[in-house]
Structure formats: C-alpha cells, structure tokens
Write a protein that binds this ligand. Structure first.
Ligand SMILES: *[C@@H]1O[C@H](CO)[C@@H](O)[C@H](O)[C@H]1NC(C)=O
Ligand SMILES: *[C@@H]1O[C@H](CO)[C@@H](O)[C@H](O)[C@H]1NC(C)=O
Ligand SMILES: *[C@@H]1O[C@H](CO)[C@@H](O)[C@H](O)[C@H]1NC(C)=O
Ligand SMILES: *[C@@H]1O[C@H](CO)[C@@H](O)[C@H](O)[C@H]1NC(C)=O
Ligand SMILES: *[C@@H]1O[C@H](CO)[C@@H](O)[C@H](O)[C@H]1NC(C)=O
Ligand SMILES: *[C@@H]1O[C@H](CO)[C@@H](O)[C@H](O)[C@H]1NC(C)=O
Ligand SMILES: *[C@@H]1O[C@H](CO)[C@@H](O)[C@H](O)[C@H]1NC(C)=O
Length: 706
C-alpha cells in the first residue's frame, strides 16, 4: 500500500490511497510516507531507492510511471513552460532520453518502437506473432492500452531527468532536485483557445533550437521537441515505407523539409472544429466503450457519430500532413509531438471517466493481426495489455489496473478533485461556446474567417458531416476536407507533395534545411498554406504505411462539426435557424468536401471502397445551470446530396465489435464465433481496485470499489 499526497494548496482535504487487490498477483508496492518538506539527505535516500526500484526490472520492466512514488499533475505544455527550472529539466531529460543507445530497452528508440515499427519484440515478450506493431487502434483497448504505454515514456523521462540532475555540480544539485519533484510529461491541448496572443501550436514544439541551462551554463541545443533523428541512416529493421529514406521525423514535409509553420496555420484553422468535437463527445455522456474507440460496428445504431480516437486520428493527420511521420501509425510515435498529443487524449478520456464513472472498457475482438495478438481474439477489461508488465515477474497490466490514473502516479488538472463538477466546469470553460467567442467575433469582420461559435440556444441543433471508411484502405492516411459556401475547385492543383523523401542511399550531406527558423519551406498552395476559403473542418483516416487486407476492412467513423459554421451563416442572415428544415436546403447548395490521399492528390470519393458520408443532426437542449447541454439522437439529413452519400447497409465483419452496454448496465460477455474466451488468454487477470479516501491526518473518509 502506498500513501500519496496531493500538492499543497490544492482542493484539498482528500488524500487518496490505493489498495490493489488482485486475484493472481499483488501489486508490489512499498509503504512510504512523504513529509511535506524533505531534507536533502532524505531526498538523496529517496532517489537512491527509486533508482533501485528501476533496476529491479531484471527481466520485465516494472512499469510505474515517474519513479517518485508520488501523485502529481501532468501539466499543459504552456503551463509547464512557466516553471522555468522544471521546463529546463524536462528539455534536458528529453535530450538525454533521445540519445540513449538503441539497445537499451528504455531508450526513446525502443519505447517509440513499441507502437509500430520496428516490428520486433520488446520487454522479453518472445517473438512477435505478426509483422505488425503493438498499438491497438480502431478497437476496444485503444484508450486503456495507451495509458501504461504513456507511463513507460514517463518512467524513462523521469529516469533521464534524475540522471540530468546528477550531472550538475554539487552546489547546484539541490536546485535541480527541487525541479525534479513532481516532474510529469506534459500534454498539448490543441482544442482549447491558445492563451491570448499565442500561436495555435506553441513555438516550443516548432523551433529548431532552444536555449537551456546545462552544467556548463546557457547553451543553445537542437530542440528535443522538434524532431527525432535516427542518426545518419535509418536502421534496416525500420523496414520499408515512406519514412525510411529520411532519418529524421518530419511534419507536413515539403521535400525533406519540415513545415511547422503550415502545421501551426492548419491547427489554428482546425481548432474550432476540434473544440466542437470534444465538447459534443463529453456532452454525449456516452459510455466509455463508445466514446473511446473509433471502430464502427453494431454500435452505430447508437447516438454517437464520433470518438476521442477519431479526433485523435485527425490530429495525427493534421500534424503529419502528406508524407509526415505522424500520418503513419507505424512511425508516428517517433515524432516528439506524438507524446504531447497522446497525453492530451489520455487526459480527455480520464475526464470522460468522471462523467460516466460506472462505465469502462467494452468487450470486443481484435480486428487485425498485431505483434501480440491475432485477429479475432476476444478481449475485455481484464485482458492483459501486452507488452506492459506491472512488475519484473512479467504480470501484465489489465485495463482494470489502469482505470485510475493515480495508480500510475499522475492525474490531470481537471481530474484533481475526481468530481463530476470539476470536470464539467473545465469542459465549459475550455471547450464551451462561451461569451468570449462572441466578443471575439464582433472584433473580427473578415467574411471568410472561421466563426468561433456561440452558446447553444433553445431550439438549436448540432449538425455534423459523419464520415465512415476503412482505416487501412490505403498505404497511409487519407483526409476529408469540408467546405461551406465556397465549393473548392476540384483541382488537383495542390501538386502532389514532393514527399516521400530522398533515396535511402542518398549521399546528400545536408538532410536538414539550412536555416533553423520556423519559416515555411514554401508558401504552400494558397492562404498561407492553410486549407483555403470556406474551410470548416477535416477528418483523417489514420492508416499505416502499408494498406490492410481489403477482405477485412476496419471500418471507423468520425464527424466533422458544421454547427459553428452554421451559426456563423445564421448570424450573416443566410440561415433562419439551425433547424434541419432550414439547414438541409442550405447545405444541399453550399456544402462540399474533397478527399486527399496519402500522396497529396485528390481522390474520387465514389471510388474509395467502404467510404460513406452523411449529414446528421440532433436537437440540443442548452445548458441548465453548471452542466453540459444535452444532445439528442443524430438523424440523417438526406437532402444534402454529396458524393458517396448514397444509403448503405452495414454488414458486420467477422471481427466486429459486439454490442456495447448502456451506461450502468452490467457488461455481458459476448459469445465468440469459435468458442474462445478472453479468460483463456495467458496472463488474464481479474483485478479489483479499491480507492480509500483519507483526510490529511490519515483518517478514513470513504472507500470506492471498482
Ligand atoms: C541548425 O540546427 C542544427 C541542429 O539541428 C545545427 O547542427 C546547425 O548548426 C544549426 N544551423 C544554424 C544555421 O544555426
Ligand atoms: C479462436 O480464434 C482465435 C483467433 O483466431 C484463436 O487464437 C484461438 O485459438 C481460437 N480458439 C479456438 C478454441 O479455436
Ligand atoms: C500524384 O501522384 C499520383 C500517384 O503517384 C499520380 O497518379 C498523379 O498523377 C499525381 N498527380 C499530379 C497532379 O501530379
Ligand atoms: C542507390 O541505390 C540505387 C538502387 O538501389 C543504385 O542504383 C544507386 O547507385 C545507389 N546510389 C548510391 C549513391 O549508392
Ligand atoms: C511567400 O510569400 C511571401 C509574401 O507573399 C513572399 O515574399 C515570398 O517570396 C514567398 N516565398 C516563396 C518561397 O514563395
Ligand atoms: C448558400 O450560401 C449563400 C451564402 O454563401 C446563401 O446566400 C445562399 O442562400 C445559400 N443557399 C441556400 C439554398 O440556402
Ligand atoms: C486527380 O488527379 C489524378 C491523376 O491525374 C486523378 O486520378 C484523379 O481522379 C483526380 N482527382 C479528381 C478529383 O479530379
């Protein structure tokens, strides 16, 4: 049992204690008490002990997250940056982590490599079952699997930060030890409005270099958040693919040049849409199984049309662009922005957990061959999250084990109090269509600017373009870009991206651009390299560098929100209301979209197998008191005729996800075609968690079992 304290001055009196009761193996924790102010000696002893704990991973990694045995918040990157010393330590830790040799299991190379390429084993798992990565996408374990995955990264980050502290002269060590306390990996919230006057994507992620304090003093180093470099050439085990010819990660590349400025422009253009997506997901209060996974299936008779995974896919596609690493599942994790992005997704899922506390991972089947599983294997919340072990004996985490983030030593600012109300207030503040948005609009008279939205009123509707497609239809990602009012000239004018890259054996001495600014490599196509006039939003189908087996398509669904843009049209007088009677004819005449393939060329939507779009709308009842508005059931608006919008019937595939129970219902174990059961899997482990709340003196307040 371990007792952890929340930071001082926090909401306060509640100190959570975790007891992990497990049928098979007990979580190996040691008892610690943490006085508020530690002496340097106590801190030294503490660091030695945490080092020893890390070294005990003789066989399997004992994944614990940061090794300080405390619970601290993961901060938004712009908040972490305000803490100068901790920020400095974070950057130095990232630099050191990335420089660790490839044969170290906790090196950046190997940790990033777990996700996709190289298709090799990790953490003494034995040979991979298939030439594939470990990351489950488009299936039920998406949300819970990435939780211990992020903790492996955080563990390594912390370990490197600890080592960095040791490189400072003795008389400076106390300062950096103080900065180490509570260091956690930050998240990048791409959906909130950036702080006044700041760009959509912080320059801390985009600058080529950064000035830091090292033992030698202030020095400028390559920014560790800018890119990851494999060195002078790509390791052969990374295999072939669009990314293997250029040995550093790229974002929206033009040739072999990063185009971080264009990334900033399109993140800025997309933010209003992303904000609407996450707001609608939270407000749906759909069970966790529904909101966490993008998989389309039997469940789509339900009222949601989107998921946090789908939004996640779109951010991947927007950061990577055509040919960039974030656009390929098998290499995305090497780009440092991956970790900032995924931490934000984990945060949103942790927030959603507090809206629907009685729901958790749904049952379902693995839908394609992976490193650790074969297609068709049934999974549930107690299935082992391979390859992540919670101790050096090789016992796996299950989804149940990681249901509470504090078991991995962290929480988020919005989940600190673990209350519904704290989360709801944060959602309204960060993603709600508040008064601030309206004020902003009145200052901004540009006809073509993206309307930021307004609060829902009585009689309003939420309208989306729902898109369904095969996640692995093509080698790489494809994106739907949606426009209102200005039908885009179907042009192919966006000449194909010059990615992918130089030949593998290129002798070019300078793989990097010669300047270190964030200036775009070109001016892109038009509109500062953005998406152009009338743009309202996009959705990306995030694929791998090789297309999947077309006989077993992995159908996923996402939605492009139209509501804020329609509110803008209403304000300009083009629309009488958001009611379908008014919206339908407006969209029939003014809505259009285009599909851009992995190489940047425009595709014919009708020619893409399993690709479907539908305009859908649902009534929204405005917020009552301090809660979220309630969204009704989405129904199709058939008059908005678009390419690939013909009616179609979904035929469940062999690996389809079973029905997800409604909130509060007991999950029913589905029956599997060949009679196999989740509990037949090696490492299956039924786990019960009890959270015990105590006050500051350790007196019991109440217990929660789940
Ligand atoms: C740009 O950064 C690279 C490292 O990323 C460094 O080697 C190079 O010297 C820098 N160039 C300039 C002009 O500052
Ligand atoms: C059922 O199918 C899974 C996935 O193909 C396979 O691993 C398992 O061995 C099968 N079980 C039986 C009892 O045939
Ligand atoms: C873009 O690339 C595709 C595939 O390589 C090719 O078929 C197409 O002609 C290219 N389009 C343009 C405009 O160059
Ligand atoms: C690069 O590889 C190609 C084919 O694999 C070969 O024809 C060419 O000579 C190589 N170039 C260099 C510089 O080695
Ligand atoms: C980009 O546009 C600016 C302003 O229109 C112009 O000065 C600059 O030369 C352009 N750069 C390129 C690479 O076309
Ligand atoms: C299409 O949009 C324009 C404004 O861009 C508006 O004037 C027109 O009425 C719309 N069409 C319909 C059928 O509502
Ligand atoms: C774009 O160009 C490619 C190749 O020229 C062609 O195959 C494709 O159909 C074009 N797309 C559209 C929407 O015209």
């Amino acid at each position: 049992m371990a007792a952890f304290s929340t930071p001082r001055g926090a909401l306060g009196m509640l100190f959570a204690v975790f007891i992990l009761l497990q049928a098979v193996v007990a979580f190996q924790h040691h008892a610690h008490s943490h006085p508020a102010h530690r002496s340097p000696q106590a801190m030294d002893a503490h660091l030695k002990e945490t080092r020893a704990l890390l070294e005990e991973r003789a066989n399997n990694v004992a994944i614990k997250g940061a090794a300080d045995n405390g619970q601290y918040p993961r901060l938004e990157i712009r908040e972490l940056q305000k803490k100068a010393d901790q920020w400095n330590l974070y950057l130095l830790a990232m630099e050191r982590f990335k420089a660790k040799p490839r044969n170290d299991r906790m090196s950046y190379y190997q940790v990033a490599g777990v996700h996709g390429r190289p298709f090799v084993t990790w953490n003494n798992q034995g040979p991979v079952l298939n030439q594939a990565g470990y990351c489950p996408h488009g299936q039920v374990l998406f949300g819970s699997w990435h939780r211990p995955y992020l903790s492996v990264f955080e563990q390594a980050l912390y370990m490197n930060a600890n080592e960095v502290v040791g490189t400072f002269p003795a008389d400076q060590q106390q300062r950096w030890r103080n900065a180490l306390v509570g260091l956690r990996m930050p998240y990048f919230d791409w959906a909130m409005e950036p702080p006044s006057g700041q760009p959509a994507v912080p320059t801390s992620i985009r600058d080529r270099t950064v000035t830091v304090t090292k033992p030698s003093g202030r020095v400028t180093i390559p920014n560790p958040l800018y890119s990851y470099s494999w060195g002078t050439s790509m390791p052969a085990e990374m295999g072939s693919g669009p990314s293997n010819n250029f040995p550093a990660t790229l974002r929206r590349p033009v040739g072999t040049q990063n185009n971080n400025d264009q990334m900033n422009t399109v993140f800025g253009q997309s933010r209003v849409g992303w904000r609407q997506r996450v707001f609608a997901l939270f407000a749906s209060k759909n069970n966790w199984g529904l909101v966490s996974s993008a998989q389309y299936g039997v469940r789509t008779s339900r009222r949601n049309t989107d998921s946090f995974e789908s939004v996640h896919d779109e951010i991947h596609g927007t950061a990577g662009g055509n040919g960039g690493h974030m656009s390929y599942l098998d290499v995305a994790a090497f780009d440092p922005i991956f970790w900032l992005h995924h931490t934000n997704i984990d945060r949103m899922l942790a927030m959603h957990q507090l809206l629907t506390p009685n729901t958790w991972v749904a049952n379902g089947n693995i839908n394609r061959n992976m490193a650790q599983w074969n297609a068709g294997e049934p999974k549930n919340a107690n299935s082992p999250l391979k390859p992540f072990t919670k101790n050096s004996n090789g016992d796996y985490f299950s989804s149940q084990d990681v249901r509470e983030t504090r078991t991995l030593g962290y929480y988020y600012p919005e989940t600190q109090a673990r209350t519904y109300q704290q989360v709801v207030s944060a959602i309204n503040r960060l993603y709600g269509q508040g008064e601030r948005a309206i004020t902003k609009r009145s200052e901004d008279s540009d006809e073509d600017s993206i309307y930021p939205g307004r609060p829902f009123k009585e009689g309003d509707y939420d309208t989306v373009l729902s898109v369904v497609g095969n996640k692995f239809a093509m080698p790489g990602s494809y994106s739907v870009h949606c426009y209102l009012g200005n039908k885009p000239v179907s042009s192919n004018s966006t000449a194909n991206s010059t990615a992918p890259y130089a030949p593998a054996n290129s002798t070019s001495a300078a793989p990097y651009p010669t300047t270190n600014t964030t200036t775009p490599a070109t001016n892109g196509t038009s509109d500062c390299g953005g998406y152009g006039k009338g743009y309202v939003g996009s959705h990306t189908f995030l694929g791998g560098s090789v297309a999947g087996d077309s006989s077993a398509p992995v159908l996923v669904e996402g939605s492009i929100p139209l509501t804020a843009a329609l509110q803008g049209a209403q304000e300009k007088g083009y629309l009488a209301s958001l009611h379908p009677d008014h919206v339908e004819p407006y969209l029939a005449e003014n809505l259009s979209y285009k599909v851009i393939g992995p190489d940047g060329s425009e595709l014919d939507p009708e020619a893409i197998e399993n690709f479907h779009v539908q305009v859908k709308s649902c009534p929204v009842a405005p917020t009552k008191g301090d809660d979220l508005p309630s969204y009704g059931d989405y129904i199709e608006l058939p008059r908005a005729k678009l390419p690939a919008s013909k009616p179609w019937t979904y035929t469940p595939g062999p690996n389809d996800m079973p029905e997800v129970p409604e909130p509060g219902m007991t999950p029913v174990e589905p029956s599997y075609p060949n009679g196999s059961t989740p509990w037949a899997e090696e490492g299956y482990c039924v786990t019960q968690q009890t959270i015990v709340y105590v006050d500051e003196s350790g007196k019991l307040l109440y217990e929660e079992k789940f």
